[in-house]
Design a protein. Structure first.
Length: 158
């Protein structure tokens, strides 16, 4: 059977981890496909950031930081602090140095003309995830929130 999950972020990652464990325990030939939310994606310091995808990727790979609930375990945030000091990244949105490596690779591949789907496959090939991650869309569509003061990205509003 082919199991398809639609979602994103830490909650979806926890669900898919449990689903993957169930599939493993039952010994079935079931496959898991996850259609990942892309509406929370945005750009920070010129890099394409995909928080929902990365939460799933890192959790399924077993490299996520379970204490913080996001990012990778063993992170430092020296580069993020430097970007904030230069004023190219918001100080409230920190990215770990290992996580930044993912964003740099993603951005480079996108700029080279690869689709978001292609980038998901490349990133997912690094680890045995036990599930295939697929973007909800290959288009870069960021969620904007309209406030009395104007329009801001969902990440800034959140």
């Amino acid at each position: 059977m082919r199991i398809t999950v639609i979602g994103g972020g830490v909650g979806c990652a926890r669900f898919v981890l449990g689903l993957r464990e169930h599939v493993r325990r039952t010994g079935s030939d079931d496959t898991i496909d996850v259609v990942v939310n892309t509406a929370d994606d945005w750009r920070v310091s010129g890099l394409r950031i995909s928080p929902d995808h990365d939460s799933l990727l890192y959790a399924l790979a077993g490299v996520n930081d379970t204490d913080r609930g996001w990012g990778r375990t063993g992170e430092t945030e020296r580069v993020s602090a430097e970007l904030a000091a230069w004023g190219t990244a918001p100080d409230w949105f920190t990215l770990g140095d290992l996580d930044l490596g993912t964003h740099i690779a993603r951005t480079a591949w996108l700029r080279a003309g690869e689709s978001v789907s292609d980038v998901y496959r490349r990133l997912g090939a690094r680890w045995p995830l036990g599930a295939a991650l697929h973007p909800a869309t290959d288009a870069e569509i960021d969620t904007q929130v309209v406030t009395r003061d104007g329009q801001i990205h969902f990440q800034e509003w959140w």
